[in-house]
Write a protein that binds this ligand. Structure first.
Ligand code: SAM
Ligand code: SF4
Length: 335
């Protein structure tokens, strides 16, 4: 199928080859920037996609050009049938990846290997146990840290996602980079983004520029290498000369990368989102259950994709709670 009549190509010519599927709205952590303090109203189980529905919808996307699927959540591994879903999706001709908080990855090593999963993204916002507890509202630092080391030892490509918040963990940027000295790991510093109920404040966001300033304060400029970004990469990648690992910055707030966006999202209750920041959603699950063809709905949703950040194309617009507050909480989108 040519790019022009592909149902996954939008009006700006962006071809969507990457689908992120949220498996659950539940989580075994309660990260302050993701899960509203008062919790969220969970969808009834009957409103969530079962494993066959996940497979059927995913296959429709793959038939139209999706080549990469990432499972996310909530915490994807808290879903009881996660191994079944992983194995089913592994039968599709795609690169399968997962984003997890690593609390329970030690129980999934064999499943990951069986499914050909090589790339695992793990959230870790602090290297200090007490701060980990403060941000996640749970006391699992050592377990998560040990599991990350286990993933590296087992040969997975691990990316660590750290959401930076001013006055909380911006003083750990260099400690995180120092981890890359001896560990083959990619640390990704993520600008704190606004979603419903996460008490976002621009003053808490550590910007791309500020992160780089910290780096240049601690390392001589010639040692800080700007390395190649993968196609459609959301991150700007760097490396300290001679270090085994690398680091990157994801700057959705101050430096969005919408021009090269190739991502679509599917929520656990079967809604398609054409953009992380978009407030509008398209229900795929109900029509699927009614035996209808979901391809025209997918096409319409892709065609409706706006040029930048769900229409919040300036920082001023992104800052407005009446705009970003219309979107879901991150825990129910999946990042
Ligand atoms: N539970 C898994 C985990 O934590 O990796 C997967 C789901 S989580 C929603 C996916 C990613 O979104 C995580 O890396 C998390 O740090 C990131 N995230 C959540 N809320 C965010 C926010 N407000 N700004 C930036 N990143 C956020
Ligand atoms: Fe759970 Fe991940 Fe959200 Fe933290 S970031 S509350 S681990 S879904």
């Amino acid at each position: 199928m040519s790019a022009t009549n592909n149902i996954l190509t939008d009006t700006f010519g962006r071809e969507h080859t990457y689908l992120r599927i949220s498996l659950t709205e539940r989580c075994n952590l309660r990260c302050t920037y993701c899960m509203p303090a008062e919790g969220i109203e969970l969808s009834p189980k009957s409103h969530l996609m079962n494993f066959e529905e996940i497979y059927t919808i995913a296959k429709t996307f793959v038939d139209h050009g999706v080549t990469k699927i990432r499972l996310t959540g909530g915490e994807p591994l808290v879903r009881k049938d996660a191994p079944v879903i992983l194995k089913k999706l592994a039968s599709l001709p795609v690169e399968l990846a997962i984003t997890t908080n690593a609390v329970s990855v030690d129980r999934f090593i064999d499943t990951f290997k069986e499914c050909g999963i090589k790339n695992i993204n793990v959230s870790l916002d602090s290297l200090v146990s007490a701060k980990f507890k403060e941000v996640t509202r749970r006391d699992y630092f050592q377990r998560v840290y040990d599991n990350i080391m286990m993933l590296i030892e087992e040969g997975f490509n691990v990316k660590l996602n750290a959401v930076l918040m001013k006055g909380f963990n911006d003083n750990e940027i260099i400690d995180f980079i120092n981890l890359t000295k001896t560990h083959r790991i990619n640390i990704r510093f993520i600008e704190f983004m606004p979603f419903d109920g996460n008490k976002w404040d621009m003053d808490k966001t550590v910007s791309y520029k500020e992160i780089i300033k910290y780096v240049y304060k601690s390392f001589p400029q010639e040692k800080v290498l700007r390395i190649a970004d993968a196609p459609n990469d959301t991150s700007k990648n760097y490396k300290i000369d001679g270090y085994q690992g690398s680091f990157a910055i994801i700057s959705s707030v101050t430096n969005p990368f919408c021009d090269s966006c190739n991502r679509l999202r599917l929520t656990a209750n079967g809604r398609m989102k054409n953009c992380l920041f978009s407030a509008s959603e398209s229900d795929l699950l109900t029509p699927l259950r009614e035996g209808k063809n979901i391809e025209p709905i997918i096409q319409k949703a892709v065609q409706a994709k706006l040029k930048m950040r769900g229409g919040m194309d300036t920082l001023e617009k992104l800052k407005k709670p009446e705009l970003h507050g219309k979107n879901r909480s991150m825990i129910t989108i999946g990042g």
